[in-house]
Write a protein that binds this ligand. Structure first.
Ligand code: 76R
Length: 244
């Protein structure tokens, strides 16, 4: 099991891991930073490619996505134990001339309703291996559970919430093989309570999954959604080539 606790010293065999700061690491899981950039003519593509490669060489996982639509041109999702290292990648990409138009900060987690899942699945939630090679359709959106007078998720008893989430999981499992979901927690860290990152085999797998989930009570009554970003996972070189 990989566990990161306390100070993680810079590893001399991995150049560039020393940010000049003592690492700031979650006690469990990894930090996750979703960055959404606009790419204009002033972008130094070589510097941007180097930034992604340096992060990977230092141990971070980096997912790069060519986005569709006006919100941003590309997404860079980075996961790793040390928040300073996530910041270093953000700084390097901004330094390469990419202009951030949106972002999301969260941590990997095992849901409190998933305590009973096998250890191997828990590890895959906390320390995922991304991107999945066979799922190139990508979407990301933040979401929260409703706290209105009529429907307040946080006023429900644990058993009721657990039962609802069991129903949610059952609907979710019908998408096995078509969708990989990564739910990352952001309560107290960003504007919504979770980041939802979905990887699909086909774009309509993403649509079908989110659509089906909406009929499930946990989502129908209690889910609130932020903006969506959608695109195609690719190598950083291909992604930059397609958006510049
Ligand atoms: O981790 C697990 O696989 C256990 C079952 C499970 C949990 C606990 C599960 C399965 N999810 C869980 C928790 Mn999910 N999920 C979403 C969305 O909610 C919406 O309507 C849209 C956003 C989708 C599309 C989705 C898909 N899930 C959560 C939580 C945290 C709740 C908490 O901790 O309070 C959120 C916010 C959330 C949202 N879910 C699945 C899926 C899919 C496809 C699965 C099956 C996963 C699999 O079998 O690999």
């Amino acid at each position: 099991m990989i566990s990161y606790t306390g100070r993680v010293p810079a590893d001399p065999s991995r150049p560039g891991t020393d940010t000049g700061h003592d690492p700031l690491t979650p006690t469990v899981g990894w930090g996750v930073l979703h960055l959404f950039f606009r790419a204009g003519p002033g972008v130094d593509a070589e510097a941007a490619v180097r930034a992604v490669k340096d992060a990977r060489a230092g141990g971070e996982q980096v997912v790069t996505v060519a986005l569709l639509g006006h919100k941003a041109d590309l997404a860079v999702m980075v996961l790793g134990p040390d928040l300073w290292r996530l910041r270093a990648l953000q700084s390097a990409l901004c330094g390469a001339g990419l202009e951030p138009t949106g972002s999301y900060v969260s941590l990997t987690e095992v849901s409190e309703y998933a305590e009973g899942i096998p250890e191997e699945m828990k590890q895959a939630r906390l320390y995922p291996e991304l991107p999945p090679p066979d799922k190139k359709a990508f979407c990301f959106y933040p979401m929260s559970k409703r706290r209105s007078a009529e429907h307040n998720w946080y006023a429900l008893e644990y058993e009721a919430r657990q039962q609802l989430m069991r129903g949610h999981g059952a609907v979710g499992r019908t998408f096995r093989g078509r969708i990989l979901q990564l739910i990352t927690g952001s309560t107290g860290l960003d504007d919504w309570e979770w980041g939802v990152t979905l990887f699909g085999v086909h774009p309509d797998d993403l649509k079908a999954c989110v659509y089906e989930m909406r009929f499930d009570e946990a989502s129908a009554r209690y889910a609130e959604f932020g903006p969506f970003w959608t695109g195609m996972v690719g190598d950083i070189e291909d992604v930059l080539g397609s958006v510049l």
